[in-house]
Design a protein around this ligand. Structure first.
Ligand code: CA
Ligand code: CA
Length: 488
C-alpha cells in the first residue's frame, strides 16, 4: 500500500531500517504505519494517513453514527495562517500522521556528532523536516510562544524566519515546508473566538487541513471554504489522518475520572471516526460505557496483530482498576486487551508500535506509571490478550510538569544496527536511553546519550532522504541538541 507515496528506493530504506527481510511482508505489515510516520520527512504528496476508531470491549459499546451525522455548516474562509504555497513536507511532534511514534532510517547514536544550538529561552516543542538532500529544518517553540528556526547543513546551523513568529505554546505545533523552502506553523487561529485562540491542525493535502476550533467543532478548511462538524471534540485532541483522508479524534470531554495526566485535556468518553470525502461526516462514534474513559489524547493507529491492517490502540481507565491497554480493529472489534494496572489513578503511556525484536512481531512499547517510577514494557498479542513478558526500570516517557507533552519518546533504529530501539528519557530527564527488547525477560539499555540539560521538548527525528537519521531535543539549559552521523 501507499506505494504512490515513495519510490522503490524509499521502500528499501524503510524495510531495511525495520530489519525486515521480505519486502512484501514489510509493506503489508508495517509500511502503512511507517509511511505515515515517515511522511513528515519525505515529499508531501497529498493525503496522509490514519485510521479509525473506537471501542467497545472493555465493555465499550459501539454505535454506528453514520445516519446521525451532524449537519455541515459551510462558512466563509477566515483569516488564518494558511499558506498559499505548495507544501512539500509536514511534521508533527508525534512524528507522523498515524500517531505512532516511529521513525524510519538509520541513526549514528551514541557516537554521533553533537550539534548544540543556544536559545533565548526554554524550549517547549521541536519539529524537524527535510528541505533538500543537504539541508534539514529545525523549528522550536519556546515556552513563551516565540518560534525560532534553523537550517542544518552539515555541522552548520543557519537561523531562518518562521511564520508565525509566535504561537500558543500550550498546543502541539504542526510544521510545514513549501516548495520554496519556507517554513510555516500550520496551527489555526480561531477567529470565531474573542481571543483568537490557536488550535491544533493537521494537513490532509496541499490545499486542505483539519482542525478543532475552541468550541469543539471539527473544521475542514480548503480554498473552497470551511466545512464545520459539531463534535464536542476533546480540546487539544490529536487528529489522526489516513490515506483516504479520514480522521480519527477524541470527543466528549469527561468528568468521570479525575486522574487528569494532561491537565484538563486527557479524558474523553468517545472516539469519533470521520470521513472528509465526498463530504465531512461522522462514520462511527464509539462511546465508553461509564465509568470507563479514554485516558490521554494520543491514539495510535498501527498494525498490532500483524495482518497488515491498522488497528486502534487506546488506554482505557477508571478509578477502580486504573488503566488498561486496548487494541481494536478499524471495524470496532476488540482484538486484544491488556490486564488493568489494578489500582485507580495509575496510567499506561502508550508510545509506539514497532518490530522491536526484529522477528516481525509487532510490539507496543509502553511506559507503565511514568510519574512514579517509569517501567518500559513491550507488549505483544497472544489470543485475546496483550502480554508483556519483560520490563526495564529507570526510564520514563512523560514529565508531569510538562504535562501536555506526551512525545518525549520515539522508536527507531537509532544506532544503525538494524534493531529498533525505544529512545526514552532517564527518570531525571538528563539522558536518553536506547531500550531494546531481545526476548522474553530480556529488555536492556544498549546505550545512553547526554541531553545537555533536562529534556523539555518532544524527541524529534528526521530522515535525510538517504536513510540517515538526525535526532534532536530541546533542554532546560536553553538549548537544542542535535545528533547527526559524523560520516556525512
Ligand atoms: Ca491489524
Ligand atoms: Ca538499532
Amino acid at each position: 500500500m501507499a506505494s504512490w507515496c515513495y519510490p522503490e528506493s524509499w521502500h528499501r530504506v524503510l524495510c531495511s531500517t525495520l530489519g525486515i527481510e521480505r519486502m512484501a511482508k514489510c509493506q503489508e505489515t508495517y509500511l502503512s504505519s511507517v509511511t505515515a510516520e515517515a511522511h513528515m520527512q519525505s515529499k508531501f504528496v497529498g493525503a496522509v494517513s490514519i485510521l479509525a476508531l473506537l471501542c467497545a470491549g472493555c465493555g465499550g459499546s459501539g454505535s454506528d453514527a453514520a445516519t446521525a451525522s451532524p449537519a455541515i455548516t459551510p462558512t466563509a474562509p477566515s483569516t488564518t495562517l494558511w499558506p498559499t504555497a505548495t507544501l512539500t513536507s509536514v511534521a508533527y511532534t508525534y512524528n507522523g500522521s498515524g500517531g505512532n511514534r516511529i521513525v524510519a532510517g538509520r541513526g549514528a547514536l551514541p557516537n554521533a556528532t553533537v550539534i548544540d544550538i543556544a536559545l533565548d529561552g526554554v524550549p517547549r516543542w521541536l519539529l524537524s523536516a527535510r528541505r533538500s538532500d543537504l539541508e534539514t529544518v529545525w523549528v522550536c517553540v519556546l515556552a513563551d510562544g516565540r518560534v525560532v528556526g534553523y537550517v542544518l547543513n552539515g555541522d552548520r546551523t543557519i537561523p531562518i524566519a518562521i511564520s508565525p513568529a509566535t504561537i500558543d505554546a500550550s498546543l502541539q505545533p504542526t510544521l510545514a515546508l513549501d516548495d520554496k523552502g519556507a517554513a510555516y506553523l500550520l496551527n489555526i487561529v480561531d477567529v470565531h473566538t474573542p481571543s483568537g485562540s490557536t488550535t491544533t491542525a493537521v494537513q490532509l493535502s496541499t490545499k486542505k487541513s483539519a482542525h478543532v476550533d475552541t468550541s469543539g467543532n471539527l473544521i475542514l478548511r480548503s480554498d473552497a471554504g470551511d466545512e464545520n462538524l459539531s463534535l464536542n471534540a476533546l480540546p487539544n485532541t490529536r487528529i489522526l489522518v489516513d490515506e483516504q483522508e479520514r480522521l480519527l479524534l477524541l470527543a466528549d470531554p469527561s468528568d468521570r475520572y479525575s486522574h487528569d495526566v494532561l491537565h484538563g485535556n486527557s479524558i474523553a468518553n468517545s472516539v469519533v471516526f470521520v470521513a472528509t470525502q465526498p463530504k465531512l461526516q461522522v462514520i462511527k462514534k464509539i462511546e465508553m460505557p461509564a465509568p470507563k474513559v479514554i485516558e490521554g489524547n494520543g491514539l495510535i493507529w498501527a498494525d498490532m496483530n500483524g495482518d497488515g491492517q491498522r488497528d486502534i490502540i487506546v488506554t482505557v481507565s477508571d478509578s477502580t482498576v486504573g488503566s488498561a491497554l486496548m487494541v481494536y480493529s478499524e471495524q470496532g472489534a476488540l482484538l486484544a486487551a491488556g490486564a488493568p494496572i489494578g489500582t485507580g489513578f495509575r496510567w499506561h503511556h502508550q508510545v509506539a508500535v514497532a518490530p522491536f525484536m526484529t522477528s516481525n512481531v509487532p510490539e507496543l512499547a509502553v511506559t507503565r506509571t511514568p510519574h512514579i517510577g517509569g517501567v518500559t514494557e513491550f507488549y505483544h498479542i497472544e489470543g485475546p490478550q496483550l502480554i508483556s513478558d519483560s520490563a526495564k526500570l529507570g526510564y520514563t516517557s512523560h514529565h508531569e510538569s510538562a504535562s501536555d507533552n506526551i512525545d518525549m519518546s520515539l522508536a527507531g533504529d537509532f544506532d544503525g544496527d538494524s534493531q529498533m530501539e525505544l529512545l526514552v528519557p532517564s527518570e531525571d530527564f538528563t539522558r536518553l536511553g536506547a531500550i531494546a527488547h531481545f526476548g522474553a525477560n530480556d529488555v536492556r539499555r544498549k546505550w545512553e546519550v547526554q541531553i545537555g540539560g533536562e529534556l523539555m521538548t518532544n524527541v524529534s527525528a528526521v530522515n535525510d532522504g538517504a536513510g540517515h537519521l538526525i535526532v534532536g531535543v530541546g533542554h532546560s539549559n536553553k538549548g537544542l541538541r542535535i545528533w547527526r552521523d559524523p560520516s556525512l
